[in-house]
Design a protein around this ligand. Structure first.
Ligand SMILES: Nc1nc2c(ncn2[C@@H]2O[C@H](COP(=O)(O)OP(=O)(O)OP(=O)(O)O)[C@@H](O)[C@H]2O)c(=O)[nH]1
Length: 374
């Protein structure tokens, strides 16, 4: 063969092999990046609604979800609370089904209430009142006892407390709601769920990701917002949370939104520096708009520890309302009474699951129905 053609032939072969190697390399690197991205993707609150949650319709043109309407959400969550298979409901039902209310029954009854985190004080008070009421009326029948118990429980949960959220902005400025609490109690999830509730009520909302401590938190919050067409103001990781909160409220004022919801970083109530930082976030925001609500998120499953946290948060940021999360499947609902008494602040919202619309306003009657498993 002509040596020139021979050389040309080998150049072509070499070129083809080089191209193949290059292509394989590109595919390999691409796949690796994809896998790495997947591994780094923050743990976002599940987008799959929990059992019983109706699928949310999408607005066809924007891809934005339309949150569940208030009526349907409340009916569904009431059913969940009432039907929740919690130990207290079972315990009370079991006691009330007994033929006679003797001393042993009362002791078991007291133990059941204490194990639900109702606290020794409220339990003793409740049992004393019940025994007195039942003996005055000569009731020894479990059906009637249930009626009296229900009434007394509602009384100690206190239906007279004002549980409405202050969502009226002052001087034409947006209402500002700050959400605080220790790590992992459900702050970001609550802010996301609350944004959905407000959007469903036709309010314009802006989110402030003042949790600059955990990079994934801002991402998680933005995801919640994007799903319902709500913007999120974010800062760099490690940025001053007070400045992010300030910028969010500033933008909220400029955009004329109804409500700015500020998510803050989870912090241990025992860390003085972090608690001071939280006080600063509130003070800085209040330079431009009053903070109408400071919601303290407590995990219902943490029991007594929740009380200790609540006291310290109250002292630092003047808590105006409590959000009790993870009440689904928790037998510790009695904590509602203790924490309200301790702080003199009402439980305003309850979290009843990981589903996107599993947040309900708290109301004494419905809650007691749930406790009694009715
Ligand atoms: N079962 C149940 N899980 C909940 C509820 N609310 C929140 N969670 C879950 O609790 C976990 C923590 O929620 P987050 O919202 O990330 O908590 P956070 O307080 O913002 O966490 P940090 O930013 O680390 O302080 C998530 O897995 C949520 O899905 C609830 O009402 N019920």
């Amino acid at each position: 063969m002509n040596p020139f053609l021979d050389q040309f032939f080998w150049w072509i072969i070499g070129g083809v092999i080089a191209c193949l190697l290059l292509a394989t390399g590109i595919i390999y690197v691409g796949n690796r990046r994809g896998l790495e991205r997947k591994a780094q993707t923050p743990e976002v609150t599940p987008t799959v609604p929990s059992a019983g949650t109706e699928l949310q319709p999408l607005e066809p043109e924007t891809g934005i979800e339309v949150p569940e309407s208030a009526g349907s959400r409340l009916a569904r969550l009431r059913r969940r609370l009432a039907g929740s298979n919690n130990a207290l409901a079972r315990g009370l039902a079991d006691l009330l089904a007994r033929d006679r209310l003797d001393e042993d029954t009362w002791d078991d009854f007291e133990a059941t209430l204490i194990s639900s985190d109702l606290g020794v004080g409220p339990t003793t008070e409740l049992v004393t009142t019940l025994r007195r009421e039942l003996s005055i009326d000569g009731v020894n029948d479990s059906g009637q006892a249930a009626t009296v118990l229900r009434r007394e429980l509602v009384k100690i949960v206190d239906p007279t407390m004002d549980r409405s959220l202050d969502l009226t902005g002052r001087d034409g400025k947006p209402a500002v709601v700050m959400v605080v609490g220790v790590n992992g109690t459900g702050k970001t999830t609550t802010v996301g769920k609350l944004a959905r509730v407000l959007v469903a009520e036709n309010k314009s909302v802006l989110l402030g990701a003042a949790d600059t401590f955990r990079a994934a938190a801002a991402e998680q919050l933005s995801t919640w917002g994007e799903r319902v067409g709500v913007e999120t103001v974010r800062g760099e990781e490690g940025a001053d949370p007070a400045s992010v909160a300030y910028r969010a409220v500033e933008k909220g004022i400029a955009d004329g939104v109804d409500v700015v919801l500020i998510d803050t970083a989870g912090r241990l109530h025992t860390k003085t520096g972090l608690m001071d930082e939280l006080g600063k976030v509130k003070r800085v925001v209040e330079k431009i708009a009053p903070v109408g609500e400071v919601l303290l998120v407590l995990d219902a499953t943490t029991g007594q520890n929740g009380l200790v946290q609540a006291r310290i948060f109250r002292d630092v940021v003047d808590v105006t309302g409590l959000v009790l999360t993870k009440l689904d499947g928790s037998a510790k609902g009695g904590i509602v009474v203790q924490v309200q008494r301790e702080l003199g602040v009402p439980v305003k919202l309850i979290g009843l699951g990981e589903g996107v619309d599993d947040l309900a306003p708290f109301e004494a009657e419905g809650f007691v129905t749930g406790l009694m498993g009715e």
